[in-house]
Design a protein around this ligand. Sequence first.
Ligand SMILES: NC(=O)c1ccc[n+]([C@@H]2O[C@H](COP(=O)([O-])OP(=O)(O)OC[C@H]3O[C@@H](n4cnc5c(N)ncnc54)[C@H](OP(=O)(O)O)[C@@H]3O)[C@@H](O)[C@H]2O)c1
Length: 280
Amino acid sequence: MRVLITGASGQLGHDLLAAFAGDEVVGLTRADLDVASEPAVVAAVRDHAPELVVHAAAYTRVDACESDCHEAWRVNALGSWWVARACALAGAAMVYVSTDYVFDGLAGRPYTEFDRTNPQSMYGRSKEAGEQLVRQALPEHYIVRTSWLQGVHGANFVKTMLRLGRERGALSVVDDQTGCPTFASELAPAIRRLAVTGRHGTYHVTNSGHCTWFELARAVFDEAGLAVELAPTDTASYAAPAPRPAFSVLDNLLTGLIGLEPLPEWQFSLKRLVSELGDG
Ligand SMILES: NC(=O)c1ccc[n+]([C@@H]2O[C@H](COP(=O)([O-])OP(=O)(O)OC[C@H]3O[C@@H](n4cnc5c(N)ncnc54)[C@H](OP(=O)(O)O)[C@@H]3O)[C@@H](O)[C@H]2O)c1
């Protein structure tokens, strides 16, 4: 299969390149392709002639999106539209990677693919707009919502905790947001398995189980054998610019219904990541 990956130097992009290594794969970084430029996107998809585009490029700095909303719309909404339209012109299918932040987090139970979205942050709104534009432009889409992404490459919570834990020895971490940590090394091959089914649609793909950020931090320090004094705090005290959903666990209902295996419990994948980072 000929595959084109956008956002190839990002956290997920790195693991996507590995997951599609047995295919004829090309990864484009932001320096290779600005997804917000329609002519550049059309030319890239035409020239590489992929059968599948995995669109992992995004403006992912959730708090920065609040003040820089133009860029959030430009990259996450418009850029995704250009990729979908270019795929339609070239006869390619597309994976659009989306987020749990399309939900408001007020349901108090895991969200299925059939639940109504209601994003609260600019990041969530721009990603949800991207979903809508992809659905309108290209029937052959897989919209893959995931959450709390962690991997060897790029910045993420696990790596930040390991660094801060070592630097400070004592930390406060938010204990009133619940989600599912998902590991790029699990998500990337799961995306490949889904994208060869031909069953286009919207899917939730996360590791199994759930926890709060505080519980995740505790597990990181336990795995790494770091003695860190950890105190729970709440979202209000943390006062981040962007609102976060309180409970954004994604029920992977549809992948189960079509017979795909669930991803492992997050603790299993965390153990592997901490060891890959040289801390386990
Ligand atoms: N991280 C999470 O917790 C999380 C959770 C749910 C869903 N997601 C989604 O998962 C996907 C992958 O996320 P990630 O964690 O791998 O993010 P990431 O590490 O920030 O990677 C995104 C990549 O997109 C690139 N990019 C930004 N603007 C671009 C543009 N205009 N044109 C081309 N490339 C551009 C970035 O380049 P620069 O580094 O040069 O800016 C970066 O390499 C995204 O769609 C994200 O919305 C992430």
